[in-house]
Design a protein around this ligand. Structure first.
Ligand code: ADE
Length: 248
């Protein structure tokens, strides 16, 4: 996969993409991530990327020309039509595990980071193919949102996570929250690891984990369970946990 990011602040990406799993994925050639500055696609002496809004009002609006030219230079490099061009904006559709999976199937992504009071509407109407928000709050710019999207997408790419199962078993992929995990020491400050995990009985352990995951989901995110596709065994576990805990 190739990801191109347009940002007025390219250095913001150095930390998050220069460490850990994303860096390893880049180093192993599983994904290529390029950050481009629209400022390099300006033609005036001051390299102007923003201007005051027509009609008046506070703040500045990102001008269309540097964004169009930057995206066109990128899509020219990729040499294909129909590359998704995604604007990060609080106005977009809400990002989720499902959206991350959808994006992870694309060979190319172009992410445009908005700034100031927004971008000229002609960018949205005639260049952008999708708008994504990472949550119901307003950030100072689209950069952190782009990092979140890239991180969530890259970890889904084949071969990025150590064991192939890790991404498939993600809580959101299965419709449950995760069960609790423990590691050594067996007793820490008097708090013991649940006995069943030390039993060596894999069937018992699997059942305990399912119960814990279901109970946690019922308590914290009952909306997820309503959407989950459950096996017959999981369905009966849900019912017995509901009965035992007095959920309805
Ligand atoms: N830019 C500013 N706030 C944002 C958000 N919540 N999601 C995506 N991009 C943004």
């Amino acid at each position: 996969m190739r990801i191109d990011i347009l940002s007025l602040f390219p250095r913001m990406f150095e930390g998050p993409f220069g460490e850990s799993i994303v860096k390893r994925a880049v180093d192993r050639g599983l994904v290529s991530i390029q950050v481009h500055n629209p400022r390099e696609h300006t033609h005036d002496r001051h390299h102007t990327v923003d201007d005051s809004p027509y009609g008046g009002g506070d703040g500045m609006v990102m001008k269309p020309e540097p964004i169009f030219e930057a995206v066109e230079s990128v899509t020219g490099l990729i040499g294909r039509e129909a590359v998704p061009v995604i604007l990060l904006t609080p106005q977009g559709r809400l990002f989720s595990h499902d959206v991350a999976q959808e994006l992870s199937r694309e060979p190319n992504l172009v992410l445009v980071c908005g700034h100031y009071e927004g971008v000229d509407e002609r960018v949205i109407r005639h260049l952008v193919t999708d708008e994504i928000s990472i949550g119901e709050y307003v950030l100072t710019g689209g950069e952190l949102a782009a990092m979140v999207v890239v991180d969530a997408v890259v970890r889904l790419l084949p071969g990025v996570l150590g064991s192939e199962g890790s991404a498939r078993d993600d809580s959101y992929a299965r419709g449950f929250l995760e069960y609790p995990q423990y590691t050594r020491p067996r007793v820490y400050r008097g708090w013991e690891v649940p006995e069943v995990l030390l039993s060596g009985n894999h069937q018992e352990i699997a059942r305990w984990r399912s119960e814990e995951a279901i109970e946690r989901t019922l308590l914290r995110r009952p909306d997820l369970l309503a959407k989950a596709v459950l096996s017959e065994e999981e369905r009966s576990l849900v019912d017995s946990i509901k009965a035992r805990r007095g959920f309805n």
